[in-house]
Design a protein around this ligand. Structure first.
Ligand code: TNX
Length: 754
């Protein structure tokens, strides 16, 4: 071999090796998440070792330094010594408070002779150290080299949060602290702690001890999914609550990391655990059991005087434990059934001149929110607390979508955006759900990244009320820390960028390449995460009858996709996907994403169907709902069968209406079998059709019935409804599926004709 080539190969191997060993990376792709406001790569690196000294100028910085040293200790086995002075020192890590910087802003300058951090008083220095941590090599190394650079940084929003439901499943003090570490890593500053719900009361209240003695226990838990029939429960007692001391230690832990905790005490609904402990505060008097199943319970707090004494007693203790200004009072999903049939409620309606039981929630919210105001706290609650008389300082968390938040901002309330469409990390993030239980829905990483908390309809002044956003993590189907992390990561990374990085700097491709490197950091820190970024996904289109174009893509913006159509797993010698695969027959594909000859993620496998209906003209008698018609009528014959978790773009949704699709086969064909894909998802009020009828015609005007199926047959077939009939030669086909009840959803996808 030519010696020049040999030297080159050795050079490449050596650099790759060094890059891996020392954890270096290419400078233009500095893997900070969230992406800073300004970043300028430098040349060379600073070498940090056990002899490096931290030089700082203010005693208040010691806490931030301790946390940084804890990370070094855990990851590399040493701590740095400290010294105090106002002067920059060579070979040291210099950390200074700077009055002129806003509280949470910082500047980080790394050159080969020193590191200098200047931070605003409060979180600025801490955030600089979080950035520094992400720049350390994610592996066991001999030399810690940190690339030279300059960062100038500060947040876009003042509220950057994550929520955690510890009522449905309990998370230990240690797990909660780790969760707080994650928030801190991504420069978030609010932790919304959902402490009470139907299935468990998780905070010690001295005045009402039965809340933890009874309310923290349930006799069993739902097995599988809420919609699996028949419903099954285990009989394993499930419990957990935080003592006051534990709460204080978590509050302190969070505050050291510049995070404020917002405790949530749910009222007037989601109160079954409280009522199981104190049934006297319900309308009926009980008895009740702490909830074993998920969903919404009808027994809620009764708005009588004793209930307010009870709740105020609880809130007194809660306010003493949590120093932050916000107290979350829930307010979501409160059925009014019990209030409707309650003597005391009727009296209250008359006395307070309320419209009816619906006015009670408003009365309830406003009374509690003024109580909190009298204690110098601010009530924050879900969309449902918004009402005409709500005190203007109360804040809203908009979960049902954007509408609640928009309305609240227009009325002058501060708003935290967390629409379920973009912020619910309890939904799936991969199309591949095999073996994984989640509440349902699909929220992929790119959709979180593209989330914009400030709706365009707001004026500049109204928009100031959108103080930020948060990710919500409901724990019905999240039973332990490992699964929690798999649901949260890497969506939290995307959300942190939405909340921190200036809008104009947000760049999805840049994010995914930084994230790919950042996965090493997660792995190094033993944080479980979803690999769905590297999944291969697919879609189809058709411009000619009988032919479909298949497109393979991925949420990751780098790499190449290789595929096979012979049932074997792909490798880099397989077909390279390029633009589209056009087929005139059904085809089964396997595909995977490769980068630098390495497979990233798992193998995708799907069958695409070509039949007499594929790519033909379809007309619909009733229009599908605007939200669920994104694929248009042609999605019924695009060769692509809708997957689960279902996507609006793959299914047509008819609200209260029937599906009536007419397909023109363009010439006379012999056919004897027609299938229609339908969806059932009770959570979304999507039901199977009552009846399906297939008709055919030679002239497009006079139709003859070919076959029909009824409810009983449909219930047996479930997803794919098949109608067979004696062969006919015909041109026009009508497929009619009758909505289950004329008011809920009917979802339809692929129609196949053979
Ligand atoms: C609705 S979001 C709820 C929760 C559930 C969640 C599941 C909200 C304010 N209420 O009680 O856990 O959906 O996604």
């Amino acid at each position: 071999m030519n010696s020049k080539i040999l030297t080159l190969i050795l050079f490449i191997l050596n650099t790759t090796f060094q890059n891996q060993v020392k954890g270096q990376f290419v400078n233009e792709n500095i893997p900070l998440i969230p992406e800073p406001r300004f970043i300028q790569p430098g040349k060379g690196s600073f070498v940090l070792n056990a002899a490096t000294i931290i030089n700082f100028n203010d005693p208040a910085i010691s806490e931030d330094i301790r946390i940084f040293n804890d990370y070094l200790q855990k990851s590399y086995g040493f701590r740095l010594k400290t010294s105090r002075s106002n002067e920059r020192k060579i070979n040291q890590l210099n950390i200074f408070y700077r009055q002129e910087l806003p509280d949470d802003n910082y500047k980080l300058v790394i050159d080969s002779s020193k590191i200098e951090i200047s931070g605003g008083k409060n979180a600025g220095v801490f955030y600089a150290l979080q950035s520094l941590i992400e720049l350390l090599p994610p592996g066991i190394v001999k030399i810690i080299e940190i690339p030279c650079l300059t960062v100038e940084d500060g947040p876009r929003f003042s509220y950057r949060g994550m929520h955690l439901d510890v009522a449905r499943h309990f998370f230990s003090v240690q797990s909660v602290k780790k969760y707080i570490d994650h928030l801190a890593q991504y420069k978030m500053n609010f932790f919304h702690w959902h402490l009470t719900d139907d299935q468990g009361w998780r905070i010690e209240i001295k005045k009402y001890p039965k809340l933890q003695e009874t309310g923290a226990w349930r006799k069993g838990t739902l097995i599988g999914h809420f919609f699996d029939l028949p419903v099954k429960y285990d009989s394993i007692p499930y419990s957990g609550f935080y003592t006051k001391d534990e709460i204080c230690s978590i509050v302190k832990y969070a505050s050291e990391r510049h995070i404020t905790i917002i405790p949530e005490i749910e009222m007037p609904g989601h109160a079954q655990a409280a009522l199981a402990s104190y049934p006297e505060y319900s309308c009926t008097g009980g008895p009740f059991e702490v909830g074993k199943t998920w969903g919404v319970y009808k027994d809620v707090f009764c708005p009588k005087e004793e209930t307010f004494v009870f709740l105020e007693g609880i809130l007194d203790e809660v306010c003493d434990l949590f120093p932050g200004k916000y107290i979350h009072i829930g307010g979501d999903e409160c059925p009014k059934d019990r209030w409707k049939n309650c003597e005391q409620c009727r009296k209250l309606i008359l006395k307070e001149n309320l419209i009816d039981e619906n006015g009670i929630q408003q009365y309830f919210t406003n009374r509690i929110s003024s109580y909190l105001k009298s204690k110098n706290k601010i009530a924050i609650g879900w969309d449902e607390i918004l009402n005409d008389k709500l005190d203007s300082n109360a804040a809203i968390m908009s979960w049902k979508g954007y509408a609640g938040g928009i309305e609240a901002a227009k009325r002058g309330h501060d708003v935290v955006m967390n629409p379920y469409t973009h912020c619910y990390f309890d939904s799936y993030q991969s199309r591949d759900t095999a073996g994984k239980l989640a509440i349902g829905g699909y929220l992929p990483l790119d959709m979180v990244y593209r989330f914009e908390p400030v709706p365009e309809v707001l004026t500049a002044n109204q928009a100031l009320h959108i103080i930020g956003a948060q990710g919500n993590v409901w724990s019905e189907y999240i039973t332990n820390e490992e699964r929690l992390n798999e649901m949260v990561f890497p969506r939290i990374c995307a959300l942190s960028e939405v909340l921190w990085t200036p809008k104009e700097k947000r760049n999805y491709a840049g994010f995914t390449s930084r994230l790919k490197y950042h996965f090493k950091f997660l792995y190094f820190n033993k944080i479980n995460y979803s690999n769905a970024l590297f999944d291969v996904l697919s879609r189809t289109s058709s411009d000619t009858g009988g032919i479909i174009n298949i497109e393979l893509y991925s949420m990751y913006t780098g790499g190449s996709i290789f595929y096979t159509d012979n049932g074997t797993n792909p490798n880099i010698q397989s077909n390279l996907f390029n633009k589209k695969i056009s087929v005139d027959q059904s085809i089964s594909l396997r595909a995977a994403l490769f980068e630098n000859s390495q497979q990233s993620g798992k193998v995708f496998s799907k069958k695409f169907y070509v039949n007499a209906a594929t790519g033909r003209k379809v007309s619909l008698t009733n229009l599908p709902h605007a939200e669920y018609s994104k694929g248009g009528a042609s999605s019924l014959v695009d060769g692509y069968t809708g997957d689960l978790p279902w996507l609006p773009s793959e299914w047509l949704g008819f609200l209260g209406k029937d599906l009536e699709a007419t397909i023109d086969l363009e010439d006379g064909r012999n056919i004897s079998r027609i299938s229609l894909d339908v969806l059932k998802d009770e959570a979304g009020k999507i039901f199977l059709p009552k009846q399906v009828i297939v008709k055919y015609s030679d002239d497009g005007e006079n139709y003859t019935i070919a076959a029909s199926i009824d409810s009983a047959q449909i219930n047996k077939m479930k997803r794919k409804l098949v109608l067979s009939f004696p062969p006919v030669k015909t041109r026009w086909i009508k497929v009619m599926a009758q909505n289950s009840n004329g008011k809920d959803w009917l979802f339809a996808d692929e129609i196949m004709i053979e």
